[in-house]
Design a protein around this ligand. Structure first.
Ligand SMILES: O=C(O)CCC(=O)C(=O)O
Ligand SMILES: [Fe+2]
Length: 333
Protein backbone atom coordinates (compact mmCIF):
# COMPACT_ATOMS: atom_id res chain seq x y z
CA UNK A 1 0.00 0.00 0.00
CA UNK A 2 1.29 3.43 -0.90
CA UNK A 3 2.50 5.53 2.01
CA UNK A 4 3.42 8.72 0.14
CA UNK A 5 0.81 11.42 -0.38
CA UNK A 6 -0.27 11.50 -4.06
CA UNK A 7 1.26 14.89 -4.86
CA UNK A 8 1.33 14.39 -8.62
CA UNK A 9 -2.24 13.07 -8.88
CA UNK A 10 -3.81 15.75 -6.74
CA UNK A 11 -1.81 18.69 -8.06
CA UNK A 12 -1.55 17.39 -11.60
CA UNK A 13 -2.69 20.68 -13.14
CA UNK A 14 -0.01 22.64 -11.31
CA UNK A 15 2.78 20.25 -12.27
CA UNK A 16 1.46 20.17 -15.83
CA UNK A 17 1.41 23.92 -16.21
CA UNK A 18 4.93 24.09 -14.81
CA UNK A 19 6.09 21.48 -17.35
CA UNK A 20 4.49 23.54 -20.13
CA UNK A 21 6.25 26.74 -19.20
CA UNK A 22 9.18 27.65 -21.40
CA UNK A 23 11.13 29.49 -18.72
CA UNK A 24 11.73 27.28 -15.75
CA UNK A 25 13.32 29.64 -13.31
CA UNK A 26 15.19 28.06 -10.47
CA UNK A 27 14.03 29.49 -7.22
CA UNK A 28 16.42 28.02 -4.72
CA UNK A 29 19.92 29.49 -4.73
CA UNK A 30 22.94 28.82 -2.61
CA UNK A 31 22.30 30.31 0.80
CA UNK A 32 24.65 31.41 3.51
CA UNK A 33 24.54 28.90 6.35
CA UNK A 34 24.43 30.47 9.81
CA UNK A 35 24.57 29.16 13.34
CA UNK A 36 21.81 30.46 15.55
CA UNK A 37 22.78 32.12 18.85
CA UNK A 38 23.35 29.27 21.27
CA UNK A 39 21.89 29.59 24.76
CA UNK A 40 23.08 27.19 27.46
CA UNK A 41 20.14 26.92 29.87
CA UNK A 42 22.51 25.26 32.36
CA UNK A 43 23.72 28.81 33.08
CA UNK A 44 20.41 29.58 34.75
CA UNK A 45 21.31 27.36 37.69
CA UNK A 46 24.87 28.58 38.30
CA UNK A 47 24.36 31.80 40.23
CA UNK A 48 22.58 35.15 39.99
CA UNK A 49 25.20 36.71 37.70
CA UNK A 50 25.25 33.83 35.17
CA UNK A 51 21.47 33.57 35.37
CA UNK A 52 20.98 37.24 34.55
CA UNK A 53 23.50 37.08 31.71
CA UNK A 54 21.76 34.04 30.23
CA UNK A 55 18.36 35.75 30.34
CA UNK A 56 19.78 38.87 28.72
CA UNK A 57 21.42 36.83 25.95
CA UNK A 58 18.11 35.10 25.28
CA UNK A 59 16.22 38.41 25.17
CA UNK A 60 18.83 39.83 22.80
CA UNK A 61 18.50 36.81 20.49
CA UNK A 62 14.69 37.16 20.52
CA UNK A 63 15.08 40.85 19.66
CA UNK A 64 17.81 40.63 17.03
CA UNK A 65 17.09 37.21 15.55
CA UNK A 66 13.66 35.98 16.63
CA UNK A 67 15.39 32.57 16.60
CA UNK A 68 17.91 30.88 18.88
CA UNK A 69 18.99 27.37 19.87
CA UNK A 70 19.13 25.90 23.35
CA UNK A 71 21.17 23.18 25.06
CA UNK A 72 20.80 21.75 28.58
CA UNK A 73 17.09 22.34 28.12
CA UNK A 74 16.00 19.49 30.39
CA UNK A 75 14.18 17.36 27.80
CA UNK A 76 15.84 13.92 27.92
CA UNK A 77 17.55 12.87 24.70
CA UNK A 78 15.98 9.45 25.08
CA UNK A 79 12.50 11.04 24.90
CA UNK A 80 13.42 13.05 21.80
CA UNK A 81 14.69 9.83 20.15
CA UNK A 82 11.51 8.00 21.07
CA UNK A 83 9.37 10.80 19.67
CA UNK A 84 11.33 10.63 16.46
CA UNK A 85 10.90 6.85 16.20
CA UNK A 86 7.15 7.09 16.77
CA UNK A 87 6.98 9.87 14.21
CA UNK A 88 8.79 7.77 11.59
CA UNK A 89 6.36 4.90 12.27
CA UNK A 90 3.25 7.02 11.98
CA UNK A 91 4.21 8.36 8.56
CA UNK A 92 4.99 4.82 7.38
CA UNK A 93 1.27 4.02 7.59
CA UNK A 94 -0.59 3.70 4.28
CA UNK A 95 -1.69 7.06 2.89
CA UNK A 96 -5.34 5.94 2.84
CA UNK A 97 -5.19 5.27 6.53
CA UNK A 98 -3.41 8.53 7.40
CA UNK A 99 -6.01 10.53 5.54
CA UNK A 100 -9.02 8.92 7.24
CA UNK A 101 -11.04 11.45 9.20
CA UNK A 102 -10.65 9.58 12.45
CA UNK A 103 -6.98 8.66 12.02
CA UNK A 104 -5.55 8.03 15.50
CA UNK A 105 -8.84 9.26 16.96
CA UNK A 106 -7.64 12.83 16.50
CA UNK A 107 -9.75 15.75 15.30
CA UNK A 108 -10.50 15.75 11.59
CA UNK A 109 -7.73 17.15 9.40
CA UNK A 110 -4.99 16.55 11.92
CA UNK A 111 -3.13 14.83 9.08
CA UNK A 112 -2.21 17.38 6.42
CA UNK A 113 -0.14 17.39 3.26
CA UNK A 114 0.49 19.72 0.35
CA UNK A 115 -1.75 22.76 0.35
CA UNK A 116 -5.38 22.47 -0.83
CA UNK A 117 -5.32 26.11 -1.99
CA UNK A 118 -2.05 25.90 -3.95
CA UNK A 119 -2.08 27.74 -7.24
CA UNK A 120 1.53 27.08 -8.23
CA UNK A 121 4.54 25.03 -7.19
CA UNK A 122 5.71 28.04 -5.20
CA UNK A 123 2.90 27.80 -2.67
CA UNK A 124 2.61 24.02 -2.55
CA UNK A 125 4.46 22.49 0.41
CA UNK A 126 6.20 19.20 -0.35
CA UNK A 127 5.58 17.67 3.07
CA UNK A 128 3.11 15.83 5.23
CA UNK A 129 2.33 16.63 8.85
CA UNK A 130 0.42 15.37 11.81
CA UNK A 131 -0.85 18.44 13.61
CA UNK A 132 -1.87 17.26 17.07
CA UNK A 133 -3.97 19.54 19.18
CA UNK A 134 -2.96 18.48 22.66
CA UNK A 135 -6.50 18.50 23.98
CA UNK A 136 -7.01 15.42 21.73
CA UNK A 137 -4.25 13.36 23.19
CA UNK A 138 -5.26 11.86 26.51
CA UNK A 139 -7.57 9.21 24.99
CA UNK A 140 -6.42 5.61 25.13
CA UNK A 141 -6.51 3.38 22.09
CA UNK A 142 -4.48 1.06 19.88
CA UNK A 143 -1.86 3.79 19.34
CA UNK A 144 -0.82 3.85 22.97
CA UNK A 145 2.91 4.16 22.29
CA UNK A 146 2.49 7.16 20.05
CA UNK A 147 -0.02 8.79 22.36
CA UNK A 148 1.96 8.26 25.54
CA UNK A 149 5.14 9.51 23.86
CA UNK A 150 3.39 12.62 22.59
CA UNK A 151 1.83 13.15 26.01
CA UNK A 152 5.17 12.78 27.75
CA UNK A 153 6.94 15.05 25.28
CA UNK A 154 4.18 17.67 25.40
CA UNK A 155 4.39 17.81 29.18
CA UNK A 156 8.14 18.44 29.05
CA UNK A 157 7.84 20.90 26.19
CA UNK A 158 5.11 22.78 28.02
CA UNK A 159 7.31 23.23 31.10
CA UNK A 160 10.23 24.32 28.94
CA UNK A 161 8.13 26.71 26.83
CA UNK A 162 6.67 28.31 29.93
CA UNK A 163 10.14 28.77 31.43
CA UNK A 164 11.46 30.36 28.25
CA UNK A 165 8.40 32.59 27.92
CA UNK A 166 8.76 33.73 31.53
CA UNK A 167 12.47 34.50 31.19
CA UNK A 168 11.79 36.48 28.03
CA UNK A 169 9.03 38.40 29.84
CA UNK A 170 11.31 39.52 32.62
CA UNK A 171 12.64 42.66 30.96
CA UNK A 172 9.30 43.63 29.48
CA UNK A 173 7.37 44.21 32.68
CA UNK A 174 4.99 41.34 32.01
CA UNK A 175 3.83 39.74 35.25
CA UNK A 176 5.47 36.39 35.98
CA UNK A 177 2.14 34.53 36.14
CA UNK A 178 0.94 35.73 32.69
CA UNK A 179 1.77 32.53 30.80
CA UNK A 180 0.64 30.21 33.57
CA UNK A 181 -2.71 31.99 33.64
CA UNK A 182 -3.30 32.03 29.89
CA UNK A 183 -1.70 28.84 28.56
CA UNK A 184 -2.63 25.33 29.58
CA UNK A 185 -0.99 22.09 28.43
CA UNK A 186 -4.13 21.56 26.32
CA UNK A 187 -4.03 24.89 24.52
CA UNK A 188 -0.79 24.11 22.68
CA UNK A 189 -0.14 21.77 19.77
CA UNK A 190 2.55 19.52 18.39
CA UNK A 191 3.15 19.35 14.67
CA UNK A 192 5.17 16.43 13.42
CA UNK A 193 6.58 17.12 9.97
CA UNK A 194 7.93 14.76 7.36
CA UNK A 195 9.59 16.08 4.22
CA UNK A 196 9.88 13.33 1.60
CA UNK A 197 12.69 13.60 -0.99
CA UNK A 198 11.42 15.98 -3.63
CA UNK A 199 12.00 15.47 -7.37
CA UNK A 200 11.39 19.20 -7.90
CA UNK A 201 13.57 20.35 -5.04
CA UNK A 202 14.99 23.34 -6.88
CA UNK A 203 11.62 24.93 -7.44
CA UNK A 204 9.49 23.81 -4.48
CA UNK A 205 9.47 24.28 -0.72
CA UNK A 206 9.09 21.69 2.01
CA UNK A 207 7.06 24.28 3.91
CA UNK A 208 6.24 27.58 2.26
CA UNK A 209 7.29 30.83 3.98
CA UNK A 210 5.22 31.59 7.09
CA UNK A 211 5.31 32.91 10.63
CA UNK A 212 4.03 30.85 13.56
CA UNK A 213 0.77 31.83 15.30
CA UNK A 214 1.81 31.26 18.90
CA UNK A 215 3.98 32.75 21.67
CA UNK A 216 6.96 30.63 20.79
CA UNK A 217 7.83 27.39 19.04
CA UNK A 218 10.27 24.69 20.10
CA UNK A 219 11.59 22.66 17.16
CA UNK A 220 13.47 19.41 17.26
CA UNK A 221 14.93 18.40 13.93
CA UNK A 222 17.20 15.74 12.49
CA UNK A 223 20.57 16.33 10.80
CA UNK A 224 19.33 16.91 7.27
CA UNK A 225 18.80 20.68 7.48
CA UNK A 226 16.64 22.86 5.26
CA UNK A 227 15.17 25.36 7.72
CA UNK A 228 15.69 28.90 6.51
CA UNK A 229 14.77 32.23 7.97
CA UNK A 230 14.46 35.68 6.51
CA UNK A 231 16.83 37.97 8.35
CA UNK A 232 17.25 41.62 7.37
CA UNK A 233 15.59 40.88 4.05
CA UNK A 234 17.84 37.90 3.20
CA UNK A 235 17.13 34.18 3.40
CA UNK A 236 19.74 32.25 5.38
CA UNK A 237 19.99 28.52 6.15
CA UNK A 238 20.07 27.33 9.74
CA UNK A 239 22.90 24.91 10.41
CA UNK A 240 21.36 21.89 12.18
CA UNK A 241 22.80 21.18 15.62
CA UNK A 242 21.97 17.65 16.78
CA UNK A 243 22.50 18.62 20.43
CA UNK A 244 20.20 21.63 20.42
CA UNK A 245 16.54 22.52 20.09
CA UNK A 246 15.57 25.50 17.96
CA UNK A 247 13.31 28.14 19.51
CA UNK A 248 11.51 30.79 17.52
CA UNK A 249 9.34 33.70 18.56
CA UNK A 250 5.76 33.57 17.24
CA UNK A 251 3.27 36.28 16.30
CA UNK A 252 1.73 36.50 19.78
CA UNK A 253 5.01 37.26 21.51
CA UNK A 254 5.76 39.86 18.88
CA UNK A 255 2.39 41.51 19.67
CA UNK A 256 2.75 41.07 23.44
CA UNK A 257 6.25 42.56 23.41
CA UNK A 258 5.00 45.42 21.23
CA UNK A 259 7.31 44.50 18.38
CA UNK A 260 10.48 44.04 20.47
CA UNK A 261 10.71 40.30 19.88
CA UNK A 262 10.50 39.24 16.23
CA UNK A 263 8.29 36.60 14.70
CA UNK A 264 10.44 35.91 11.66
CA UNK A 265 9.22 34.53 8.38
CA UNK A 266 10.75 31.10 7.89
CA UNK A 267 10.45 28.18 5.49
CA UNK A 268 11.92 24.78 4.77
CA UNK A 269 13.53 24.08 1.43
CA UNK A 270 12.85 20.77 -0.25
CA UNK A 271 15.61 18.21 -0.51
CA UNK A 272 16.17 16.13 -3.63
CA UNK A 273 17.83 13.18 -1.90
CA UNK A 274 17.03 12.87 1.77
CA UNK A 275 13.85 12.78 3.76
CA UNK A 276 13.72 15.01 6.80
CA UNK A 277 11.78 14.97 10.06
CA UNK A 278 11.04 17.72 12.52
CA UNK A 279 8.63 18.25 15.39
CA UNK A 280 7.37 21.71 16.29
CA UNK A 281 5.73 22.42 19.64
CA UNK A 282 3.56 25.52 19.38
CA UNK A 283 3.13 27.22 22.75
CA UNK A 284 -0.31 28.81 22.53
CA UNK A 285 -2.79 30.46 24.90
CA UNK A 286 -6.43 29.41 25.28
CA UNK A 287 -8.79 30.72 22.60
CA UNK A 288 -10.29 33.34 24.90
CA UNK A 289 -6.94 34.88 25.82
CA UNK A 290 -6.69 38.51 24.76
CA UNK A 291 -3.23 39.53 23.58
CA UNK A 292 -2.33 43.10 24.30
CA UNK A 293 1.00 44.93 23.95
CA UNK A 294 3.00 45.25 27.17
CA UNK A 295 3.90 48.90 26.51
CA UNK A 296 2.33 52.01 25.07
CA UNK A 297 1.81 53.29 22.45
CA UNK A 298 0.76 49.90 21.11
CA UNK A 299 1.70 48.91 17.59
CA UNK A 300 -1.16 46.41 17.49
CA UNK A 301 -4.74 46.52 18.58
CA UNK A 302 -5.61 43.86 21.11
CA UNK A 303 -7.10 40.62 19.85
CA UNK A 304 -8.06 37.22 21.17
CA UNK A 305 -6.45 34.03 19.91
CA UNK A 306 -9.90 33.02 18.62
CA UNK A 307 -10.20 36.26 16.66
CA UNK A 308 -6.68 35.82 15.25
CA UNK A 309 -7.45 32.30 14.07
CA UNK A 310 -10.72 33.32 12.47
CA UNK A 311 -9.01 36.20 10.66
CA UNK A 312 -6.34 33.81 9.35
CA UNK A 313 -8.97 31.39 8.09
CA UNK A 314 -10.75 34.23 6.27
CA UNK A 315 -7.53 35.59 4.79
CA UNK A 316 -6.25 32.19 3.69
CA UNK A 317 -9.54 31.54 1.92
CA UNK A 318 -9.59 34.93 0.24
CA UNK A 319 -5.92 35.44 -0.59
CA UNK A 320 -4.16 32.09 -0.09
CA UNK A 321 -2.01 33.78 2.54
CA UNK A 322 -2.54 34.09 6.29
CA UNK A 323 -1.57 37.80 6.30
CA UNK A 324 -1.07 37.58 10.08
CA UNK A 325 -0.07 40.32 12.49
CA UNK A 326 -0.05 43.16 9.97
CA UNK A 327 -3.86 42.87 9.99
CA UNK A 328 -3.84 44.07 13.59
CA UNK A 329 -1.47 47.01 13.18
CA UNK A 330 -3.03 50.16 14.60
CA UNK A 331 -3.46 52.99 12.17
CA UNK A 332 -3.51 50.69 9.13
CA UNK A 333 -7.02 49.21 9.13
O1 LIG B 1 10.74 21.76 9.97
C1 LIG B 1 11.19 22.78 10.49
O2 LIG B 1 12.38 22.94 10.76
C2 LIG B 1 10.27 23.94 10.79
C3 LIG B 1 8.83 23.58 10.74
C4 LIG B 1 7.94 24.77 10.87
O3 LIG B 1 8.31 25.89 10.61
C5 LIG B 1 6.55 24.59 11.32
O4 LIG B 1 6.10 23.43 11.47
O5 LIG B 1 5.88 25.63 11.55
FE1 LIG C 1 6.99 27.40 11.48
Amino acid sequence: MATEPPFFEKYNAIFQSFADEKEKSTMVDVFEEIELPLIDLGQLNLGPFERQKCIETMARAATEWGFFQIVNHGIPEELLDRLNQEQVKVFQQPFDKKSEDKFLNLSAQSYRWGNPLATSLRNLSWSEALHVSLKDISKRDEYNNLRSTIEEYAEEANVLAQRLAEHLAQNLGIRASYFRENCSPNSSSLRMNRYPPCPYSSIMFGIVPHTDSDFLTIVSQDQVGGLQLKRNGRWVSVKPNPKALVVNIGDFYQALSNGKYKSLTHRVIANGESERYSAAYFYCPTYETVIESCSKPSLYRKFSFKEYREQIQKDVKATGDKVGLSRFLLGIN
